[in-house]
Design a protein around this ligand. Sequence first.
Ligand SMILES: NC(=O)c1ccc[n+]([C@@H]2O[C@H](COP(=O)([O-])OP(=O)(O)OC[C@H]3O[C@@H](n4cnc5c(N)ncnc54)[C@H](O)[C@@H]3O)[C@@H](O)[C@H]2O)c1
Ligand SMILES: [Zn+2]
Ligand SMILES: [Zn+2]
Length: 404
Amino acid sequence: MADNRAVAYKSPGIVEVIDVDYPEFELKDGPGVNPDNVGRKVPHGAIIRTVATNICGSDQHMVRGRTTAPANLVLGHEITGEVVEVGPGVEFVKVGDIVSVPFNISCGRCKNCKERKTGICLNVNPDRPGSAYGYVDMGGWVGGQAEFVLVPYADWNLLVFPDREQALEKIMDLTMLSDIFPTGFHGAFSAGVGVGSTVYVAGAGPVGLAAATSAMLLGAAAVIVGDMNADRLAQARSFGCETIDLSSGEIAAQIEQILGVPEVDCGIDAVGFEAKGHHGGQEAPATVLNSLMDITAAGGAMGIPGLYVTGDPGGVDESAKKGSLSLSLGTGWAKSLSFTTGQTPVMKYNYGLMQAILHDRVHIAKNVNAKAISLEDAPRGYAEFDAGAATKYVLNPNGYLDGK
Ligand SMILES: NC(=O)c1ccc[n+]([C@@H]2O[C@H](COP(=O)([O-])OP(=O)(O)OC[C@H]3O[C@@H](n4cnc5c(N)ncnc54)[C@H](O)[C@@H]3O)[C@@H](O)[C@H]2O)c1
Ligand SMILES: [Zn+2]
Ligand SMILES: [Zn+2]
């Protein structure tokens, strides 16, 4: 039954919009579906008609061929939608609800979920803790860059917006709740940002800009964003960040020019394993982690939402191909730094951030320069995003975002 359209990974650099099946309350076999998940019944699930679904830097790692993602894997883990069907085990979520879907899939029943560590749920991915829609090695849950998508454990996973009309009015902001806003917030929160903190954010992509926005929301005194992409740095300045162009000098010296001291209280890595070296742009996967250890003050903390992998076919050397990086951990040890890594436990933050959006405390869509494009235009969105556009692309598969 090919009555659904979705964005699929084809080969390095290529995505296509293809016909796929309309979801059922069962996880069927397909590209990237873990054999132990095939045939899994989902009576606790809901089928969502997608309102907005965003392209993420995490998708780009797969699309660049830097993972073992198989051809035809349906992409998309940043999903906001309208509930159109619920399974027999769903008690509270209703058809017609407008909902945000945390990108982590979690069961709400295991030890980790009970502690709100929903990024490492034990029951949704047969291979390892943690799962997401449309992502390699994450159990095979079908991605949501599509007209329709299945969400398991709907009562637990879905964040229902209180008012449909208000939700649709603020939808370009609310769509950031599925991933990048909580992810940026987690980066800032776990780096210890509070009132009066000085903060350095590596990376001015959407996650870096969301982290900078979050640092401001948490009361930071100064937020400095570093990148080598001039347009993205201009975007960071548009809402009050200081910026550092990494192609034109050492980070510590540039921080000193801004703050008077060559260090910050809190460091955030919003880049990950495809980090470029600061001079010449060659890939240097440990460079962000090492430079954060250098410039974060002793006793400080580093939030690391940037993604690191256990296998990278395009790694710069044999170690990097296994996800093994050359860290100067001695620096971190000597300074008693603490680190937080991993998938963001979206559910820990999404309700509060929703309230901040609904009460006009924050304008995340403007800060990340969100732009709606059609589902059929997804290949262009991927290409422009990969080329470094200072834009967060939001796909509009069902027309809800027309005129946004
Ligand atoms: N932990 C999570 O749950 C989670 C969730 C979402 C995204 N992520 C990850 O966060 C990272 C950022 O996502 P994004 O969508 O903003 O990606 P992106 O690729 O758009 O942005 C990365 C930015 O980093 C810049 N950069 C490269 N090398 C740098 C360096 N050495 N120093 C500073 N900047 C450098 C690039 O120019 C680019 O602008 C990715 O690794 C993504 O996979 C993690
Ligand atoms: Zn994402
Ligand atoms: Zn769980």
